[in-house]
Design a binder for this molecule. Structure first.
Ligand code: NAP
Length: 246
């Protein structure tokens, strides 16, 4: 389905990003793993992917820094000569009630989750426009659709990412570039492992399918959005949440 395609996934050393990288590789795509410079997982993930018979490299860099993002794109172009798929997955939480939320925590989450995606889209748009093709997929969150107490910074960043997705879709559609978002619900990963048991239980009770999601559930939908199976789909937000929001 993706044989010979080139996919870049930010924050893909572990978690949902890693699952996306492995899934796209399983369909034949060559993979660029990006993660923060101090990542302990990126090299291991890269080796795992190469063992699947596709090409893979690690380009470390912080999505907040425009220089790092420019290097991510230029080194990918030097190695592979094109970028077919770009997944904005890097994201963090710094939860707390708004009244106690520090300016630093607000800025950090907005910088990585929203400005990071903007930096990447701006940088990858140039080669994709030249190619007159490309699929950009942004990993938002269901809380960006429904709001969530204790996550003002995170919710605002993900709601912003949904707006950015729709604008990107409209600005670049005429150049053959599609842009969609996936909004995960509660997915088992390092990000959700740290939540208190009562918070987990509350989510669990409101999921119609009666189970938490797995990282692979997100990767399956990203693979669809990355492929020609979704060639007439752009500007959409697909909730992958077991029916939590409908
Ligand atoms: P995760 O395990 O914490 O993975 C996030 C990845 O992003 C990590 O590899 C992290 O690096 C990397 N990263 C952090 N800051 C970065 C930066 N500035 N530049 C580049 N990479 C950076 O979390 P996850 O659950 O897989 O989340 C992945 C995405 O899904 C996020 O955007 C998150 O908001 C979204 N999401 C998750 C859930 C869920 O239930 N898990 C629900 C909705 C949305 P390190 O490993 O080195 O820290």
């Amino acid at each position: 389905m993706l044989k010979g395609k080139v996919a870049v996934i930010t924050g893909s050393g572990r978690g949902i990003g890693k699952a996306i990288a492995v899934k796209l590789a399983s369909y034949g795509a060559n993979i660029v793993i990006n993660d923060i410079p101090s990542s302990d997982y990126a090299d291991e993930t890269c080796e795992e992917i190469k063992a699947m018979g596709v090409d893979s490299i690690v380009i470390k860099g912080d999505v907040r820094k425009t220089e790092d993002v420019k290097r991510l794109i230029s080194e990918t172009m030097d190695k592979f000569g094109k970028i077919d798929i770009f997944v904005n997955n890097a994201g963090v939480t710094r939860d707390g009630l708004m009244i106690r939320m520090s300016e630093e925590d607000w800025d950090l989450v907005m910088d990585i989750n929203l400005k990071g995606a903007f930096n990447c889209i701006k940088a990858v748009a140039r080669p994709m426009m030249k190619q007159r093709s490309g699929a950009i997929i942004n990993i938002a969150s269901i809380v960006g659709v429904m709001g969530n107490p204790g996550q003002a910074n995170y919710v605002a960043s993900k709601a912003g990412l949904i707006g950015l997705t729709k604008t990107t879709a409209k600005e670049f559609a005429s150049r053959g570039i599609r842009c969609n978002a996936v909004a995960p619900g509660f997915i088992r990963s390092a990000m959700t492992d740290v939540l208190a048991d009562d918070v987990k239980q509350k989510y669990f009770d409101s999921i119609p399918l009666g189970k938490f999601g797995e990282t692979e559930d997100i990767a399956d939908v990203v693979a669809f959005l990355a492929s020609d199976m979704s060639k007439y789909v752009t500007g959409q937000v697909i909730n992958v949440d077991g029916g939590l929001v409908m």
